[in-house]
Write a protein that binds this ligand. Structure first.
Ligand SMILES: [Zn+2]
Length: 480
């Protein structure tokens, strides 16, 4: 979450662009809402509008069957109508009647095959426009197709079956949310794909882990009850009287389809395809709950084998983590808490050792001070990665020295860095800038700075000792 990011940023001395973050999040939310809103009916491409105008519709057989004989009614290649298509082309096929479910109401379009003898057409997606025009998108893998050809249309059963498990689960989820959270919960959108389901609903706050577990428990209870699903076609007015839940942003025809589960467990107007009984769903697992927009929450969940695989992976991860920590899975939490505590203690210990080490170092350095004409002088080599680091060391030594002159030299990648500091009381006689200017000459470079602090360097590391000697001479002669 943002809080964690802010904490990390504070530790690293960075700042977080909160307004920018909020803007990006709201843009992302709008995008994701748009991407699932699609009942496939908002925007009708030009090529299909022509077909609709001429009354092309396909009878949908997919509630009863996944396979049927049918006839090619229209063909499009590259978005243009044509009378025949050849092997290898990407084609959009309209059929007289079809068992293929066209993407609508959040449910993904079917995939499968159209075939006849040597003809094989792989359907990779199915779209539906204006309640009736169903377009099979895909690839003509073998043979050719012409308008009027008889073909066998066959929906991929495995994919359809996992999709309907997810779809029926959203109806149970909707009912369970209303039961656990309250009647204010209304569906705001859904996505039902073969590999997952997503359900958006109106609710004001984050749903607690406990409530989510309760919702999951209720859905699974209805699954175990193995309740039958019934569908009834009726007029919109009749449907309203039943009190069924409907999503009226979705377009319905004159007749609507009422999908009910068990004895009043759930009643929804829905054009989607469903399992015969709730037991077919097998297992239901919520994998996330999040915010999509103001007062709209999103639950993502898995069903059937996908839910089982998810659980198995979680368990595997848990066991791996536990064995890495040499603990039993049920002791993992306690073990991790202890480790984090130990880690913190070690950090504190390292910090205290570091500062002890540093003060010992500067005491050692102080004991090396030479006295020249009553002035304490320290000139020595140090480990340092940057002039800044060298300056910090020099300052630390100066503070302990109280009165004196410090010259530090460091070698890095064939170059020499020099830093000189002079305590205030000596600045009228010795100026750090002047000292560094002269000593940098010795190491083959330049330097300068203020009277109290100056930096320089050169490219002759072998002359560093001579520079130190140079400082003793300068002070001995009182030249600077
Ligand atoms: Zn539905």
């Amino acid at each position: 979450s943002v809080d964690i990011v802010q904490d990390v940023a504070r530790d690293e001395n960075l700042s977080v662009d909160l307004p920018g973050y909020e803007k990006a999040m709201s843009r992302q939310r709008t995008l994701s809402q748009e991407s699932w809103k699609g009942s496939g009916e908002e925007e009708i491409p030009k090529a299909y509008r022509g077909l609709l105008a001429r009354g092309f519709t396909s009878r949908f057989l997919g509630y009863q069957t996944l396979i049927s004989k049918t006839r090619v009614a229209a063909l499009l290649v590259d978005g243009k109508e044509t009378t025949s298509a050849h092997e290898g082309s990407r084609v959009e096929v309209v059929l007289d009647q079809t068992p293929f479910y066209g993407k609508a109401g959040g449910q993904a379009g079917d995939i499968g095959w159209l075939s006849d003898g040597k003809v094989r057409f792989r359907v990779t997606d199915t779209l539906k426009f204006n309640q009736g025009l169903v377009v099979h998108k895909g690839h003509l893998e073998a043979g050719s197709l012409s308008v009027g050809d008889e073909v066998k249309a066959q929906v991929d059963e495995i994919t359809r079956n996992v999709t309907i498990r997810n779809h029926s689960a959203t109806h149970l989820l909707h009912a369970a949310l209303r039961e656990i959270l309250g009647d204010h919960v209304k569906q705001a959108g859904s996505l039902v794909a073969p590999d997952r389901l997503r359900f958006d609903f109106s609710h004001f706050t984050q749903v607690s882990t406990e409530k989510l577990a309760e919702v999951e428990r209720v859905v699974n209870e209805h699954i175990r009850e193995n309740l039958p699903l019934h569908t009834t076609e009726m007029s919109k007015e009749e449907a309203m009287k039943t009190g069924a839940m409907a999503i009226f942003e979705e377009r319905y025809g004159k007749t609507v389809r009422l999908v009910s589960i068990g004895d009043g467990v759930s009643m929804e107007l829905c054009g989607g395809t469903h399992t015969k009984r709730t037991g077919d769903i097998g297992l239901f697992r919520i994998i996330s709950e999040s915010a999509v927009a103001a007062n709209v929450r999103r639950i993502e969940a898995l069903t059937g084998e996908a839910a089982l695989r998810y659980d198995q992976k979680l368990e595997r991860d848990l066991r791996t983590a536990a064995s890495l920590l040499k603990a039993a899975p049920d002791q993992l939490e306690e073990r991790v808490e202890r480790l984090l505590k130990e880690h913190k203690e070690k950090d504190r210990e390292i910090q205290s050792l570091k500062s002890k080490l540093l003060s010992k170092k500067s005491r050692d350095v102080l004991s090396e001070a030479r006295e020249i004409g009553g002035i304490k002088v320290i000139a020595r080599k140090m480990e340092a990665d940057s002039p800044k680091e060298l300056r910090e060391s020099a300052d630390r030594i100066k503070d302990r020295l109280v009165s004196g002159i410090v010259l530090l030299g460091a070698e890095k990648e064939g170059k020499v860095m020099l830093t000189c500091v002079v305590t205030k009381d000596l600045m009228d006689r010795f100026k750090a800038g002047d000292i560094i200017r002269q000593l940098s000459n010795i190491v083959g470079g330049k330097g300068g700075g203020r009277p109290d602090m100056a930096q320089g360097g050169g490219n002759k590391p072998e002359e560093l000792e001579n520079a130190f000697e140079g400082l003793y001479d300068l002070i001995g002669n009182g030249v600077v």
